[in-house]
Ligand binder design. Structure first.
Ligand code: UDP
Length: 342
């Protein structure tokens, strides 16, 4: 049971890819998820406990049953726009929910946690690329909620010797290269899956949120990082926590920026289809450009993105998109249902 890892949000997009990476590295992931955004079909590499991080008793019960030696904490609300409209939802789920998990760790003597943080904690940076020393001044409640949890982790490190690594993701994209799992949000708000829907006729068009930013082509610039490379970084962070103590944070990105228009162009060339585009207003809470410097993760975690070209990233997302058209249940009935592990 020494290699058992409690994965909150393990039924979600990044969490499910992390479960696969954990299993392949010889760990035993146990997913804890309320299935509000996650999917039972995405839990393929270990048991699923259906529970809510806001419910301390169900967290305690899962820990008593599976006795994890570490936690990976993905469960969170993660829509920037929604966080501006409904901040209470973000502070409750993301901050109170995380505090429950961290206090449960303290009370059960679990000393290691890898936490999903975000480049949204940096707000509008003064300079690019963004290093871990760039000041964190979030411009939306989503980023603020994640920054609060980073602070809680530091203070629990000091007071209770809980060791933590916060991973600040740039734009997660793509799908498992073996096409076993992939992105499936409801509602879908992310650029690449929306563009794939638009080029395949599932949606009439994709709207560019702002074309007058102070960037080369006027659209926002983001650093897209493959979800399996993020998953691999989590395993490496867990291994780092096995040999060292303290609280630290790492940026995870490829270090290249692509504008919204460049992403659309890449989707067109990968799929060989046209993406119908409309020009719309800016979206509240969006910084103009976010590009990572992930040197620290490369040097200290020995992490190296493997699927780093944008067209390769989009190719994996397209393969998953095609599979969903053919197999809308994503093999849900083709293999034992994860819930039968319970
Ligand atoms: N975007 C867009 N139209 C859409 C969805 C997103 O122009 O329908 C832009 C968005 O403004 C941002 C970029 O695409 O600059 C990536 O957005 P996404 O929601 O995928 O990720 P985020 O940056 O919010 O994490």
């Amino acid at each position: 049971a020494d290699r058992t890892v409690l994965v909150t949000g393990g039924a979600g997009y990044i969490g499910s890819h992390a479960c696969k990476a954990l299993a392949q590295a010889g760990y035993a992931p146990v997913t804890f998820d309320n299935l509000s955004y996650g999917h039972q079909w995405a839990v393929k590499w270990g048991p699923l406990v259906i529970g809510d991080i806001l419910d301390r008793a169900s967290l305690d019960a899962a820990i008593d049953r599976y006795r994890p030696s570490a936690v990976m904490h993905f469960a969170a609300c993660a829509y920037v726009g929604e966080s501006v409209a409904d901040p209470g939802k973000y502070f409750r789920n993301n901050v109170c929910g995380s505090l429950n998990i961290i206090e449960a760790m303290r009370d059960h003597g679990i000393r290691s946690i890898v936490f999903s943080s975000t480049c949204a904690t940096y707000g509008i940076p003064e300079s690019l690329p963004i290093t871990e020393e760039t000041p964190q001044r979030p411009i939306n409640p989503y980023g603020a909620s994640k920054l609060m949890v980073e602070r809680i982790l530091q203070d629990f490190g000091t007071a209770h010797r809980i060791n933590s690594i916060a991973l600040r993701y740039f734009n997660a994209a793509g799908a498992d290269p073996e096409n076993e799992i992939g992105e499936d949000h409801d509602p879908e708000t992310h650029l690449i899956p929306l563009a794939l829907d638009a080029c395949s006729g599932k949606r009439s068009s994709v709207t560019l949120f702002g074309s007058n930013y102070d960037t080369d082509d006027g659209t926002c610039v983001r650093d897209y990082i493959h979800v399996s490379d993020l998953a691999d970084a989590h395993v490496k962070a867990l291994q780092a926590l096995e040999r060292s103590t303290g609280s630290s944070a790492y940026n995870l990105g490829n270090g290249w920026g692509f504008s919204v228009r460049q992403v659309i162009d890449t989707v067109e060339s990968v799929t060989r289809r046209r993406v119908p585009v409309a020009i719309g207003a800016r979206r509240a809470g969006d910084p103009p450009a976010l590009i990572s410097d992930a040197t620290r993760a490369r040097e200290e975690l020995l992490w190296k993105p493997r699927i780093s070209s944008l067209s390769d990233i989009v190719q994996t997302a397209w393969a998953w998109h095609e599979r969903q058209q053919l197999d809308p249940m994503r093999g849900h009935f083709a293999r034992p249902v994860a819930g039968s592990w319970r």
